[in-house]
Structures are given as structure tokens and as C-alpha cells.
Design a protein around this ligand. Structure first.
Ligand SMILES: [Zn+2]
Length: 262
């Protein structure tokens, strides 16, 4: 079916080539989430909109390329079989948006994988529990959202260890910005964890309007892994899009789940 077809042949080769040569181009998809700023902005000024995501650790990707290629799945697990769409939410947990997203998932008999930032998980341990209680998965999105290829091996290990220490060892890791390398991937694998990226970017981080996010969701094919965000700023558009799109996907008979094995 389509879930297999889109990964095969020339398309897959092109995506693999894009991935190997352009980590920081595609990294724009997950651009600029400084978790310290995020957490503080949520606490002190929840309605002020876009935080000043001026992370120091990340090489600035040339932003907002409309031609951002879709991401190839890094593992075979999520392409195994069934026709579910894999929902993923990065940069949480967030006290304003994560509970709303969990509620919408529950209403739609859906689960997701939440790639949490460690220091946000440390600030909101009850939200980590709520994610798991809802049936969704918790995964590792580093401690404070650096670009991993710019760090040394020990620093990468610290990023992942600190996060695991807060929310438990998780099978899956998503490098911030999707920025990775053969070294980063190997380091993750050597820990017994695995890197998980995405192939559908809703671009919700750019707040393109709920209708645009919804269109991306509705265009996702079974077997796709969809990138969304539950933190990093005002996620009201994401919430609206989910509320509208998930019932429509379910009506088409598409299951909505996290990444298998995460
Ligand atoms: Zn992120």
C-alpha cells in the first residue's frame, strides 16, 4: 500500500541523499526552540506568543525553506506493516498545551509519541505521568535542545542521560532540529536507543494557520510519522488543527498512534 510505496525506489533514494547532505537544511523544520526561554515564557507570559527562540547552541539553519524535503524514517520499525499514522509532539511537556493535546488524543482513541525536552520534563513531572497515563509514549529530545552534531561525544551523552534520569530510559531519541550525523546516530545506537525523525512536517512551529497544519495532517499517508509540537510557543493552531483533523482521519479508518517501540 502507500505506506510502503512512498519509501521505495527513487523517492527513498532522493530522501536519503537529502538527509545525508542537508541535515541543517531540513533542521529548519524544528528550528529555534530554546527550552529555557520556552518554559519561562509559558510561566510568565503564556499569551505573548512566539518566544525569542535564540538558542546559542544551534547553527542557524536557513529558515523556512518551503522546499524542505520530507524526512526519511531512520528505522524500519515504523514502516512495519499496519496503516497507522504516527503522531509525534516535540518540545514539551508544556502545562498549557500538552493537556489539551492529550484530551484530543483521548477523544479520538489516539496515542502519540512525545519527544520531551528533559528540563521541561523535570519542571512538569506530572505532565510526563499524564502522557503515559493517556497511553502515549515519552521519548528523549535532549536536555535543553542543542544541535547535537556540534557537541562532543560526552556532551551528547550528558544531554541524553540527564533527560533519561528525569523521565526514565526511553527507547527513542529525536535530535533537536532533526540535526544529526553518522556519529550522532551511532552514539545513540550504542546507548541501546534509536534515532527517530519524521517524514511529514506540519510546520506547526511556524504557525502557518490551523488550516495549513490540518491540511498536512490530512495529507499524511498511513505509515507516515508526523512532526508537531506541544511546546516551544503558542500551539493553539496545532490544537485547533488536531481537533478538526483527527476525527476526519479516523473516519477514513486510519489509526493514530505513536511510533511503534518508542
Ligand atoms: Zn524540538
Amino acid at each position: 500500500m502507500s505506506g510502503k510505496g512512498f519509501r521505495t525506489g527513487a523517492v527513498a533514494a532522493a530522501l536519503a541523499a537529502a538527509l545525508s547532505t542537508a541535515a541543517f537544511v531540513t533542521a529548519a523544520a524544528d528550528a529555534g526552540h530554546g527550552p529555557v526561554t520556552v518554559t519561562r515564557s509559558v510561566l510568565s507570559a503564556p499569551a505573548t506568543g512566539e518566544p525569542t527562540w535564540s538558542t546559542t547552541a544551534s547553527p542557524k539553519p536557513s529558515p523556512r525553506k518551503s522546499s524542505t524535503p520530507p524526512r526519511r524514517q531512520e528505522t524500519s520499525s515504523s514502516s512495519a506493516g499496519d496503516g497507522a499514522i504516527r503522531l509525534t509532539f516535540d518540545d514539551g511537556p508544556d502545562p498549557r498545551w500538552t493537556p489539551q493535546i492529550l484530551q484530543i488524543l483521548t477523544e479520538n482513541h489516539a496515542t502519540a509519541t512525545f519527544f520531551n525536552i528533559g528540563q521541561n520534563a523535570a519542571a512538569y513531572p506530572d505532565l510526563v505521568r499524564q502522557i503515559r497515563a493517556q497511553g502515549s509514549q515519552v521519548a528523549n529530545h535532549t536536555w535543553d535542545h542543542p544541535s547535537l552534531p556540534s557537541l562532543g561525544d560526552a556532551a551528547i551523552a550528558r544531554q541524553l542521560d540527564r533527560t533519561d534520569a528525569v523521565q526514565g530510559r526511553t527507547p527513542c531519541v529525536r535530535p533537536p532540529y532533526g540535526a544529526t550525523s553518522a556519529r550522532v546516530r551511532s552514539l545513540i545506537a550504542a546507548r541501546g536507543q534509536r534515532q527517530e525523525l519524521w517524514d511529514v512536517d506540519t510546520r506547526d512551529w511556524a504557525r502557518p494557520g490551523a488550516a495549513s497544519i490540518e491540511a498536512q495532517l490530512l495529507a499524511a499517508k498511513p505509515g507516515s510519522t508526523v512532526l508537531m509540537h506541544t511546546g516551544g510557543g503558542d500551539r493553539s493552531q496545532t490544537v485547533t488543527a488536531l481537533r478538526d483533523a483527527l476525527p476526519k482521519l479516523r473516519a477514513k479508518g486510519i489509526a493514530l498512534q505513536g511510533i511503534p517501540g518508542c
